[in-house]
Write a protein that binds this ligand. Structure first.
Ligand code: ZN
Ligand code: ZN
Ligand code: ZN
Ligand code: ZN
Ligand code: ZN
Length: 383
């Protein structure tokens, strides 16, 4: 292929609940996967050295398949995709950028690309996405977008693909979308100074904006952790129980979304506060150096209860109350349930954890109370 460089593409798939809609037959998700399959197969047909990886974003960002040039490995990984939440595309981009930068540093000489398949149609995405977009541009990352459905207006994603010399198109039906992947696979002509030369001259400013939130255990993992089938030890404190809140891993435990290593949320928070070069809620994974983030509310809470932890402090003393949210304000909650990750509707009572502010459906709260007696988000005992 002449002068074209080898390409690394991070495929970003929207895994929010809207992807289950059936206006595209059999569903948006199935057609999106079809197009990803086409993309990967065509990529290898053009250049067997090109590699792709797959990440999804929904209520959490997750690496589904590591970089590979084997389409079968990629397709096999589709079964691990989980659909949940409203889809924070900013988190997805943050993940993809870090993943690409890591690979280039390791091997070098590649053209970095992001291929997004999404039904996201926001026009303005705010400050964080703006900074992430400019960073991608600065790093020479091409962003291609396959938009599911006609957004009618010029979306932010369209601007972003233009900004990064990528391609943008929307698709109105399953046939068009399902076949689109092939067209996106052609090689990019890298412009001007190479990406590697840029990185070697000056390391990219991996600002706090690209820090990705720690991943909560999913339902399958939770079950195994609670039954003791799976025992995780935090990579900071090397213990199963969190030294700060005394909760078990299924309650305080999280995973690095890149390398999958276990880490307590509170250990991560202390680690973040100790890392001088980043914001107080941002830190690097001790294993893979990914930039990670803990909720600011947890940092605040830790600062408030900054007394030393001793073995004489039983877990029972760290308590929280679950407060009922007035029905009239349920519609204003713009986050999903900390238990099931679904949204809140008026037909189910909603409760809010007084300690960490996370909301739960009444049913999810009951379930959580029966199993762990504590808030799944902050690990505080419920009284
Ligand atoms: Zn720990
Ligand atoms: Zn903890
Ligand atoms: Zn990691
Ligand atoms: Zn719920
Ligand atoms: Zn809580």
């Amino acid at each position: 292929m002449g002068d074209f460089s080898i390409e690394d593409t991070c495929i970003l798939l929207d895994a929010s609940r809207s992807m289950m809609r059936r206006d595209f037959k059999p569903s948006r998700l199935v057609v999106a996967l079809k197009t990803i399959k086409k993309f990967v197969e065509q990529k290898i047909a053009i250049d067997p050295k090109d590699r792709t990886c797959l990440a999804t974003y929904g209520s959490k960002t997750q690496k589904i398949c590591d970089f590979t040039n084997d389409p079968a490995t990629m397709i096999e990984s589709f079964r691990n995709i989980e659909i949940s939440g409203q889809g924070e595309i900013e988190e997805g981009f943050a993940f993809a950028i870090q993943q690409l930068v890591k690979e280039i540093r390791k091997i070098g000489g590649k053209v970095p690309r992001i291929f997004v398949v999404t039904d996201e149609r926001r026009i303005d995405m705010g400050d964080r996405m703006d900074k992430i977009g400019k960073l991608a541009k600065g790093l020479g990352i091409f962003i291609d977008v396959a938009q599911i459905g006609n957004p009618k207006k010029e979306t932010y994603l369209k601007q972003l693909s233009h900004l990064t010399s990528g391609e943008y198109a929307y698709f109105n039906n399953e046939k068009a979308l399902g076949n689109a992947g092939t067209g996106y696979a052609s090689k990019k002509q890298s412009q001007g100074e190479s990406y590697v030369a840029k990185i070697e001259k000056k390391p990219p400013p991996l600002v706090s904006e690209v820090a990705v939130e720690l991943r909560k255990p999913n339902l399958g993992e939770l079950k195994d952790l609670m039954r003791g089938i799976k025992i995780e030890k935090c990579q900071i404190c090397y213990q199963e129980k969190c030294p700060k809140c005394s909760a078990h891993f299924f309650s305080c435990g999280r995973y690095c979304p890149s390398c999958g290593r276990p880490i307590h949320m509170h250990c991560a928070t202390m680690w973040a506060q100790k890392s001088p070069e980043t914001a107080e809620n941002v830190f690097r994974c001790p294993n893979c150096y990914f930039l990670l983030r803990v909720p600011k509310s947890v940092v605040k809470l830790m600062n408030q209860n900054a007394e030393p932890v001793t073995n004489n402090t039983p877990a029972q003393e760290k308590t929280t109350k679950m407060m009922r949210v007035p029905d009239a304000t349920i519609a204003n909650i713009d986050e999903s349930c900390g238990g099931c990750h679904n949204i809140f509707t008026k037909d189910q009572p909603v409760f809010r954890c007084q300690a960490c502010g996370v909301h739960y459906h009444e049913k999810c709260l009951e379930e959580m109370y029966k199993t762990i007696h504590a808030c799944r988000s902050c690990g505080m005992k419920i009284v």
